[in-house]
Design a protein around this ligand. Structure first.
Ligand SMILES: *Cc1c(COP(=O)(O)O)cnc(C)c1O
Length: 434
């Protein structure tokens, strides 16, 4: 192994980004550093800075940065000249991944799915799911929900609520009806009942849907967590009206809410599940659409893609499933930490008369405005904490730290968050307390 030279404490040459990188870049604007190393819950910038990562690649790094078990598996595989790119050919890496998926994830949960390897990003998995639902049912319309986020390609974007993102489409986004998510009209209105009423009414104007596409916790849309009762109702409604239930588990899955799938133990089984983000475990691009076998009605090659066989991701995903999910110790650990997170965020919220949202290790605090939330995340960054916002007005400061974070790191990050919320909302109070 070659030693890297001592870090040179220089600011990056940001001109190259202005000159040559598209203006579409966004995270780099609120975190104007250049990062050169990452390990566990920490990101390091090349000017000597160290940042606790409460964004974790938007929940792509649930097992932290460069987890040694995953890294070793990948290094060993590359060292032995394992297949890197394999179209959809049978490979040793794919066989091992599928077997581990079957043994460690599907069988213990009594789930029977086939794995469709799509293109490597989440939006590809969503695109494949809604395309298959339309093909199988012969229907066009998909029901998605207010504040839903499903990706940037046209089919998935049509299912996404956010107006700025939709505006980038350049063509009409059609064949989707956005129905109110759980709680959209407040606690007294059951929006599942409204959906049932609309679908049962032959004169409501709502066409019979091919699919109902839902996130159990809306990752980008403000951490609204649907109740198990509401989700069970929606699952029943889908069945009653001949629509397929697709759970988009791209952000809420892979342990984020406390179990491997976010819908576990809720008493319903989706027809399809989309996964990406933390599925590879190491931040490698990898997406999957799980489908009930009888729905797997594709003809060979009908939906294809060059990068459906990211074998490096098969290797790290297999290692992650085996290492973290072979028994329930990791899940118990996540749930214990989620309790700490809930308590601490609850304390911040009570102190400033705010609300918290979310479930498991996917929780946040709702600031009075997007600007206030932005001030909090900027202040956090200045104190060495990377954290981002979510929601219709970017008003929710959301904690998405690695699930492997240790208690001391979690506490340290939450201390910074607590201080920054106080500094933004009650500067006088913070000074008095000092
Ligand atoms: C991130 C995300 C997507 C899109 O995934 P990409 O890899 O960005 O294409 C889709 N659905 C949900 C719920 C997501 O969080």
């Amino acid at each position: 192994m070659t030693m890297k030279p001592q870090p040179t404490r220089i600011r990056p040459d940001t001109d190259i980004y202005k000159r040559r990188e598209s203006t579409v870049r966004s995270y780099s604007r609120s975190m104007p550093r250049q990062f050169d190393k990452a390990l566990g819950s920490w990101l390091y910038s090349n000017d000597g800075g160290r940042y606790l990562d409460f964004l974790a690649g938007c929940s792509t790094l649930n097992y932290g940065h460069n987890h040694p078990v995953l890294k070793d598996a990948l290094l060993e595989y590359i060292e032995s000249d394992g297949i890197a790119h394999g179209l959809d050919l049978h490979t040793d890496a794919k066989e091992r991944f599928l077997k581990t998926l079957e043994e460690v994830i599907l069988k213990p949960r009594g789930l029977d799915y086939r794995a469709m390897f799509t293109g490597p990003t989440g939006t590809n998995a969503v695109e494949a799911a809604i395309k298959l639902a339309r093909k199988v049912t012969g229907r066009e319309m998909v029901i998605a929900f207010t504040n839903g986020f499903h990706g940037m390609t046209l089919g998935a974007l049509a299912c996404t609520g956010n107006a700025q993102k939709r505006g980038g489409a350049g063509v009409p986004l059609s064949h989707v009806s956005h129905e109110p998510f759980d709680g959209y009209y407040g606690p007294d209105v059951d929006t599942a009942d409204l959906l049932e009423q609309r679908l049962a009414d032959p004169s409501s104007g709502l066409d019979a849907p091919a699919a109902i596409l839902v996130e159990t916790v809306q990752g980008e849309g403000g951490l609204n967590a649907a109740s198990p009762e509401w989700l069970r109702k929606v699952a029943k409604i889908a069945k009653r009206h001949g629509a397929l239930l697709i759970v988009d588990d791209i952000q809420a899955g892979s342990g984020r809410t406390g179990s491997f799938f976010s819908f576990e133990g809720m008493g319903f089984v989706p027809d399809m599940v989309t996964q990406a983000k933390s599925l590879s475990g190491m931040g490698l691009p990898f997406a999957l659409t799980l489908v009930r076998p009888e729905l797997d009605q594709w003809t060979p090659g009908e939906h294809n893609g060059t990068f459906r066989g990211n074998n490096h991701a098969f290797v790290t995903a297999e290692a992650a499933l085996r290492h973290f999910w072979s028994d329930d110790s990791f899940a118990r650990d996540i749930n214990r930490r989620a309790g700490i997170l809930e308590d601490r965020l609850g304390r911040i919220a009570r102190r400033h008369d705010l609300q918290t949202r979310g479930r498991g290790m996917m929780r946040g605090v709702v600031m009075p405005s997007g600007d206030a939330a932005d001030d909090v995340t900027s202040a956090c960054f200045d104190r060495g904490l990377i954290i981002e916002t979510s929601g219709a007005h970017d008003e929710v400061v959301k904690v998405l730290c690695p699930l492997t974070i240790d208690d001391a790191e979690l506490g340290a990050g939450l201390d910074i968050l607590e201080e920054c919320v106080s500094d933004v909302l009650a500067p006088a109070l913070a000074v008095a307390a000092e």
